[in-house]
Ligand binder design. Structure first.
Ligand code: PGA
Length: 243
């Protein structure tokens, strides 16, 4: 299966930077599927710049509802309408900064699926939880409660303590967690769980991408900081197996 390399720009980027970035991604030879997830206001410019290409476009969040009195929120339907195909949901920064529970994430995943978007659902433990030996249990609980019965999409395993930190779990720990996630998905979704892509995220860089992407059950990467530079993002994609 082609690996998926998704860039999470978080609250970064500018209108002026869209054209050159999109051009770089379009020109890349690539054997991995690329997805870029910029802030909401940049989605229309990216949708225009990437139209007709294989590069995917995603948002970083959506509301549980389809419309209504929710100041500052954005519906999955509108995201779909302006050209997004994917939406990151349950990122640890949303869970921490906005108090999003597994139940909230579940509602957002349902809304995304109803709108025809492909959710990228993030799970991952804190450092304290890992030190306490609870990492797999925490992630299993997140999967059980964040994913609705009709889930179809991608999972991103992002240990909270590795995000933006310049350090990653050991390859053995990433492999063990991805195996645990695979087993949980197969249990929860017998028909599709074996094929659901599981991305790794948290300080993926050009220098560590090849080792991380080669691990069993790693189906790609969710890249934060290193996705802001097109050359770095493409170097990560080039490190995906299959090239
Ligand atoms: P990072 O972020 O690559 O900057 O660690 C990953 C993420 O939060 O998606």
């Amino acid at each position: 299966m082609r690996q998926i390399i998704a860039g999470n720009w978080k609250m970064n980027g500018s209108v002026g930077g869209v054209g050159a970035y999109a051009d770089a991604l379009k020109a890349a030879p690539g054997h991995a599927t690329l997805i870029v997830c910029p802030p909401y206001p940049l989605l229309p410019a990216f949708a225009a710049a990437l139209a007709g290409t294989a590069v995917g476009l995603g948002a970083q969040d959506c509301h549980t509802g389809s419309s209504g009195a929710h100041t500052g929120d954005v519906s999955a339907i509108l995201l779909q309408e302006i050209g997004a195909r994917y939406v990151i949901l349950g990122h640890s920064e949303r869970r921490a900064d906005h108090g999003e529970s597994n139940a909230t994430v579940n509602g957002k995943v349902k809304a995304a699926l109803d709108a025809g978007l492909i959710p990228i659902v993030c799970v991952g433990e804190t450092e304290q939880e890992r030190d306490a030996g609870e990492a797999e249990d925490v992630v299993r609980t997140q999967l059980t409660h964040s994913l609705p019965e009709n889930f179809a999409g991608l999972i991103a395993y992002e240990p909270v303590w590795a995000i933006g930190a310049g350090r990653t779990p050991s390859e053995a720990d990433v492999a063990a967690m991805h195996a645990a996630i695979r087993a949980a998905l197969v249990g929860q979704f017998p028909a599709t769980g074996a094929d659901t892509p599981i991305l790794y995220g948290g300080s993926v860089k050009p220098g560590n991408a090849a080792a991380l992407l080669a691990l069993p059950d790693v189906g790609g990467a969710l890249v934060g900081g290193a996705s802001l530079n097109a050359a770095d993002f493409l170097a990560i994609a080039a490190a995906a197996p299959g090239g």
